[in-house]
Design a protein around this ligand. Structure first.
Ligand SMILES: [Zn+2]
Length: 314
């Protein structure tokens, strides 16, 4: 039985390419990983890890996009106007097997603003602001979603304390895509202008909420926001990496049950992949306990899911 890491940042780790391997006797083997960019400077490193895995006969998926934690740096670090969106589009066109990720919204990543150069200030005077203003996050997120929808690529999404913003972004993207399709779909039929009524996808065709941090109560709203963009329930996936403490939260087993085995992906979210094998196994154990399934069933089912998400054509 094979385990695939659906969300890895191995390219950012101290060792780079690491093949996660078991030291114990196990029925499981490592199958491969999806390597998630966080910044345009990652793209070449992602390509190198993907080639390294494929050269060793593992499966690998390149993922390109800008993570909300690094967005401010991308938008402000260069003197010249950075065409990060054009670069991303070209990357995706050059790599038809690539998906869009990691992109998203983070309302809980703060940086401290220095009030003055005086070293010893009262901690109460310290001010903190979001690592990237939400307005800029929203704009970049929507642009990347539109790109994924236009090119019909799946997305891996990070959302922390920004669900309201996510729903608003989805609504904007649906409207933008609807407008584009309406313009294309107006056809002259029987001498009259009629609109072609098709279930055109108005959001990226498959959506993966990685490191899901929402409550079970948020799931109906998420499903409905996707359904309004003609993305059915079976194309919405969720992951819970053991490296993020939410994995161990008391609410998590109930949320996993509410999501159901068919929509769960195994993921590590790790940079240093030396502990990736342990985390993949922890993921299997956690789901097995939450859903009252055997570990073999969990491995088999999540592997089918990863196949549908990454390797079946849209
Ligand atoms: Zn990540």
């Amino acid at each position: 039985m094979k385990l695939f890491d659906a969300h890895s940042h191995m390219h950012m780790g101290p060792r780079g390419l690491v093949i996660p391997a078991a030291v114990e006797q196990t029925p499981f083997t490592f199958d491969g990983a999806a390597i998630m960019s966080t910044h345009p400077r990652d793209y070449i490193k992602v390509d190198s890890i993907v080639s390294g895995l494929r050269d060793r006969d593992y499966r690998a998926v390149p993922c390109y996009g800008i993570h909300p934690w690094f967005l401010y740096d991308v938008l402000t670090s260069s003197d010249e106007e950075v065409d990060w969106l054009g670069e991303l589009k070209q990357r995706l066109l050059d790599h038809p097997d690539a998906i869009v990720g990691e992109i998203g919204l983070d309302g809980n990543r703060w940086v401290e603003v220095k009030q003055s150069d005086q070293a010893e200030e009262s901690i109460w005077k310290r001010e903190r602001v979001l690592a990237c203003p939400m307005e800029l996050q929203r704009k970049a997120f929507e642009e990347q979603l539109v790109l994924a929808a236009e090119l019909q690529r799946p997305v891996s999404i990070h959302v922390v304390s920004a669900w309201g913003e996510l729903f608003a972004a989805f609504e904007n993207v649906r409207e933008r895509m609807k407008h584009k399709h309406d313009q294309m779909a107006v056809k002259v039929m029987d001498g009259q202008r009629k609109r072609q009524k098709t279930k055109t996808k108005l959001l990226p065709p498959k959506i993966y909420f990685h490191a899901f941090s929402g409550k079970a109560g948020a799931l109906p709203s998420i499903r409905s926001a996707c359904a309004k963009g003609n993305i059915p329930l079976e194309d919405i996936y969720f992951g819970f990496p053991p490296a993020i403490k939410n994995f161990y939260a008391p609410k998590t087993p109930g949320i996993m049950r509410e999501i159901g085995i068919r929509q769960l992906l195994l993921e590590t979210d790790l940079e240093d992949a030396t502990s990736a094998w342990d985390d993949l196994k922890r993921g299997v154990s956690g789901i097995s306990e939450a859903l009252d399934m055997t570990e073999s069933e969990v491995a088999t089912e999540t592997y089918k899911n990863v196949h549908r998400f990454y390797f079946e054509p849209v």
